[in-house]
Write a protein that binds this ligand. Structure first.
Ligand SMILES: *Cc1c(COP(=O)(O)O)cnc(C)c1O
Length: 352
């Protein structure tokens, strides 16, 4: 049993059934098919938007291409220092943007501290030739620590960004998990809060491989179609992406899947939290649980074949502890996590 990430699960049966159906018959290639057009329309309806929308198969491609679109090679992109674009994309945003510089900003629990953002941007003077030019702010919702920006927190950061001429990108690999946790509308957590371009991940929330890039101001998408083609990210059988997105959105399937994942995380957190030898550095607000496991408890989980991701304890009080004392762990629940799985883990972790 492995809960190290939410991409360890396969795909929702509803989405797989839609894929099988979409494989029938002929359709125009390269995203000109009926499924892709309907998926874009459905997304715009869900977001109360008139966005220009593109689909790719990976979140890294979505982030890197979106950021390349809103920057120049001599730009600076500000994000939390733990952000996926900074730490887990092998330099794709720098590479596909032709060299834009990513600047990590500090802040507790994976969220950018507004004062630290002010200080970070102030280090690069506009119009000063030796400095990279501030161009973009990237926010991860859900954050890398499993925490959420409240809407007013998003607005504070995007307000500052826009006042300083920065465009705002949101890495929404777990957007749906954040959305159902905050209980607001998709528009309220994106464009109404000042997000200019959203990378909306369906993959970790039940799709096989599908991410949408939404430019809420269509002018921002100028010639983007060549950017993704040039990067080799236009699927010949584009219907396979469109069909996934359509099924994911249909009858709020995406929200149901995310609600389930979040509920399983809450259950697991409560269960583990009832044992001795566990400490949580950050609140569990969506579907990710970061937890310090005392060695004896970690050993019981190991014997029960429960696997999680061992995580670097950066920004936690556990960094100074020796590995002999325990492990810092990440559990991520998904649409496919069951109450029985949670019960099994909680029972296995319990001291005899
Ligand atoms: C998983 C993830 C992505 C996308 O990653 P891919 O593996 O390239 O699909 C982007 N951002 C965050 C925060 C993620 O967790």
């Amino acid at each position: 049993m492995n809960l190290g990430s939410d991409n360890l699960a396969g795909a929702s049966p509803k989405i797989m059934a839609a894929l099988l159906k979409a494989a029938e018959g002929t359709q125009s290639p390269y995203g000109q098919d009926d499924f892709t057009k309907a998926a874009a329309a459905a997304l715009n309806e869900a977001f109360e938007a008139k966005a220009e929308i593109f689909f790719v198969a990976t979140g890294t491609a979505a982030n890197a291409l979106a950021l390349a679109q809103i920057t120049r090679p001599w730009s600076a992109i500000f994000c939390h220092e733990t952000a996926h674009i900074n730490e887990a994309e092998a330099g794709a945003p720098e590479g596909l943007s032709g060299g834009a510089k990513i600047v990590g900003v500090s802040g507790a629990a994976g969220k950018i501290d507004p004062e630290a953002l002010v200080a970070a941007t102030a280090r690069f003077r506009k119009g000063w030739q030796p400095h990279v030019q501030p161009a973009a702010l990237s926010l991860s919702q859900v954050s890398e620590c499993g925490t959420l920006y409240q809407r007013d927190e998003i607005r504070t950061l995007t307000g500052f960004a826009h006042a300083h001429g920065l465009k705002v990108h949101m890495d929404g690999a777990r957007f749906a998990n954040g959305l159902v946790a905050l209980g607001c509308t998709p528009a309220e957590m994106s464009w109404k809060a000042g997000v200019d371009v959203l990378c909306l991940g369906a993959t970790k929330d039940g799709a096989l491989a599908c991410e949408a890039i939404m430019f809420f101001d269509p002018a921002l998408a100028h010639e983007f179609t060549w950017r993704i083609k040039r990067a080799g990210h236009v699927l010949s059988k584009g219907r396979l992406l469109g069909a996934q997105m359509l099924a994911w959105l249909d009858q709020d399937h995406w929200l149901d899947l995310a609600r389930h994942a979040n509920a399983m995380a809450a259950l697991l957190k409560a269960g583990l939290g009832s044992h001795d030898g566990v400490e949580f550095p950050w609140p569990v607000e969506a579907n990710e649980i970061f937890v310090w496991l005392h060695r004896a408890l970690a050993e019981r989980l190991r014997q029960a074949n429960v696997t999680y991701a061992a995580w670097p304890p950066l920004g936690t009080p556990f960094g100074a502890r020796s590995p002999a004392e325990g492990t810092f762990a990440r559990f991520v629940t998904s649409f496919a996590t069951t109450p029985d799985m949670v019960k099994y883990i909680v029972t296995a972790a319990k001291a005899p």
